[in-house]
Ligand binder design. Structure first.
Ligand SMILES: [Cu+2]
Length: 154
């Protein structure tokens, strides 16, 4: 890519510098993903979450294409039942960042019950601890609020 003459002005170069800082911020942000993998626990027992034991762990996929609203992709399974205090790992198989953030998807308002944080493309979240209070917890992706899932704690 050739620099056009307008980029030779001092002001334009300053803007390019600003852009470079922004890009490096994004690059360092993307590195968060792999380090989260190391934080993953080894207690991958009770994979179905069906035994009712405390401390089970369930994996929910974020399938490829989920970032495209019309793809029909979404959390898989979109409803998962776990025992109180279980952990869930979200496995992002998509090429975009996603989150699993509890709250109201219609208003994109997190309620603080749980939050995976940003899960980078082709990375897994850390184990996210579910509430101990039985109930149905709706969650969504803060970047793609049309992605909606439910965790049933019972
Ligand atoms: Cu998303």
């Amino acid at each position: 890519m050739m620099l056009s003459p307008r980029f030779t002005s001092r002001k334009a170069l300053a803007q390019l510098g600003c852009c470079a800082i922004f890009m490096s911020a994004i690059a360092s942000f993307a590195v968060i993903g792999p380090s989260q993998t190391f934080a993953q626990g080894s207690n991958a027992t009770n994979a179905t979450g069906a035994s009712g034991a405390q401390g089970g762990q369930v994996t929910v996929a974020m399938p490829a294409g989920s970032a495209v609203k019309t793809s029909g992709g979404g959390y898989d399974p979109d409803t998962v039942t776990v025992s109180p205090g279980s952990t869930i790992i979200w496995d992002n198989n998509d090429n975009a960042l996603h989150t699993a953030t509890s709250g109201n998807p219609d208003t994109t308002t997190p309620d603080g019950k749980f939050d995976s944080g940003y899960v980078a493309a082709n990375q897994k979240s850390k184990p996210v601890t579910m509430p101990t209070e039985p109930g149905e917890y709706t969650y969504f992706c803060t970047l793609h609020p049309f992605l909606v899932g439910t965790v049933v704690v019972q």
